[in-house]
Ligand binder design. Structure first.
Ligand code: FES
Length: 499
């Protein structure tokens, strides 16, 4: 029984092991190419379906090989390896599993020998034939190389290196690498757990450990009630996984209304120019006061008082970065010249803000206020449809956040990005889009002129079966949305952000 179990993997583990997306595995299962049993797949079937799979190219194998390389050993010990206690516990669990396998094999062996002896003691044509069959079968089994021993060994290695966490009630899964906290690992995987200070103080990140063991990485002043202690509650922001498999009960945000309004102060790290029209603003929040938001949402930014008298120092911008890195917030800010040229019908409180940034009136280390998050331009988590993102000019900012999140959570079988620009060279981060397309089989990137966009979309028959996320200036987004609806796209599949 144990031997059979050891050859089967959960979908998440199989995807993690082979360096492919979970959604790619699910697609093969749906299409009948890859059998699954109770949500598990066998190692033999994996290699049958991916015969060309080169483990040398999978991220997991790279990581394992890197661990063996002395030059990186110190860095890996510090950043990748779990704590000694976690390693010991996981190795002990594997040792127990191996010992049980050995006991099972010993019992089979004894049974086999007894059978051989009985057959030898009762020679007859039929039993002689049976004895010969057994001898030959045993010889063949012992001579044959172990099938896919490398995959099994790699899986065993990864079970020690990274813990697998299943979240209830959502059923979502993530991996804890090294000694990172449960909260950090969950955010990196695109989950939306409840949390606040990130520092063991507020108690908002409480989770109940249903199975497995955790370990606190730092002291915490938060006091659990007696009932919470009895129910095995832990703080995700200070605990890591001790055992290689954990089941947690976690409160997750499912919609924008689940995220509270926050006011925080963040430090300016840098203002860079992405091109003639666009600035990149990088803010960093304090460790103990991070911004909780969903990918695609906006916030209001306020410049420090006294930076420029008379200017409107507050403006609303989409967060361009992913919530998986909640301390580093990135914004794409159209330069003042670009904003004057654009036809923004809502008035333009951002003009003074952008002028102050461009004039260098705000310096690295200055404190800006961040208030929000706002808006409901977020991924429909319940949908399994393919994703089509349409960014017009700086509408790319919220789309960037959504794409990073969609990639982190393995949200769809395919992702298509159309980035339409109203002027030459308006796609201000082309290399990043090309890198996504190069790294992900299921990702397509199509840069184009705004004038080409309606005809290009009309020629894409797959749009009707996709979720479409459209962002840009209202004057450009609204007519396009009208066209898409008139073509029969259901409203629930069309998500719009008019900036
Ligand atoms: S205790 Fe505040 S987020 Fe964990």
């Amino acid at each position: 029984m144990l031997a059979a179990m050891s050859q089967r993997l959960t979908l998440s583990r199989a995807a993690h092991l082979l360096g492919i997306s979970r959604i790619a595995l699910q697609k093969r299962i749906r299409e009948g190419e890859l059998p699954s049993f109770d949500g598990m797949v066998s190692v033999d079937e994996l290699q049958r379906v991916w015969p060309q799979l080169d483990l040398d190219e999978s991220g997991s194998f790279e990581k394992t090989r890197a661990i063996r390389e002395d030059a990186f050993a110190r860095r890996l010990r510090e950043r990748v390896l779990p704590s000694q206690e976690a390693l010991a516990q996981r190795l002990f669990a594997q040792g127990q599993e191996l010992a049980e396998l050995q006991r099972t094999l010993t019992r089979y062996h004894a049974l086999f020998e007894a059978l051989q002896a009985r057959l030898a003691a009762a020679p007859a044509p039929a039993t002689e034939e049976l004895a010969q069959l057994l001898d030959e079968g045993l010889a063949q089994a012992l001579a044959a190389p172990a099938p896919h021993a490398d995959v099994s060994a790699l899986d065993a290695m990864l079970r020690v290196m990274s813990a697998h966490v299943t979240v209830r009630p959502s059923g979502r899964e993530f991996f804890v690498e090294g000694s990172e906290t449960l909260l950090k690992a969950a955010l990196r995987a695109g989950l939306t757990p409840n949390y606040g200070c990130g520092n063991g103080l507020c108690g908002l990140c409480k989770a109940r450990v249903v199975a497995g063991e955790t370990r606190a990485m730092a002291p915490s002043d938060y006091r659990f009630s007696a009932a919470e202690k009895a129910q095995n509650h832990v703080l995700m922001c200070v605990c890591t996984a001790l055992s290689s498999d954990l089941v947690l009960e976690v409160l997750e945000a499912g919609a924008p209304e689940d995220i509270p309004e926050q006011r925080i102060v963040a430090k300016l790290r840098s203002v860079d120019r992405l091109n003639d029209d666009m600035l990149r603003l990088h803010l960093q929040t304090p460790r103990s006061n991070r911004l909780r938001f969903l990918a695609g949402q906006r916030v209001t930014l306020g410049l420090p008082a006294g930076v420029a008298s008379g200017a409107d120092l507050h403006a609303e911008y989409p967060v361009a970065s992913c919530p998986c890195d909640d301390r580093n917030l990135i914004f794409h800010i159209p330069s003042p010249a670009r904003r004057v040229a654009s036809a923004n019908s809502r008035g333009d409180p951002a003009q003074g803000f952008a002028e102050c940034l461009e004039a260098g009136l705000v310096k690295a280390g200055d404190e800006l206020s961040v208030w929000g998050p706002w808006g409901s331009f977020v991924l429909d988590q319940g949908s399994l449809r393919s994703l089509v993102f349409i960014a017009i000019d700086e509408g790319f900012a919220p789309i960037n956040s959504l794409i990073e999140h969609a990639i982190a959570v393995d949200a769809a079988e395919s992702i298509t990005l159309y980035w339409a620009s109203s002027r030459p060279g308006g796609q201000y981060l082309p290399n990043q889009c090309r890198a996504w397309a190069a790294a992900l089989d299921e990702f397509s990137y199509l840069p184009l002129n705004l004038a080409e966009l309606p005809a290009t979309l009309a020629a894409n028959a797959a749009l009707a079966a996709s979720d479409i996320y459209l962002a840009g200036a209202a004057a450009q987004v609204e007519p396009l949305a009208t066209t898409l609806r008139a073509a029969g796209l259901p409203s629930r599949q069309l998500h719009i952000e008019a900036l």
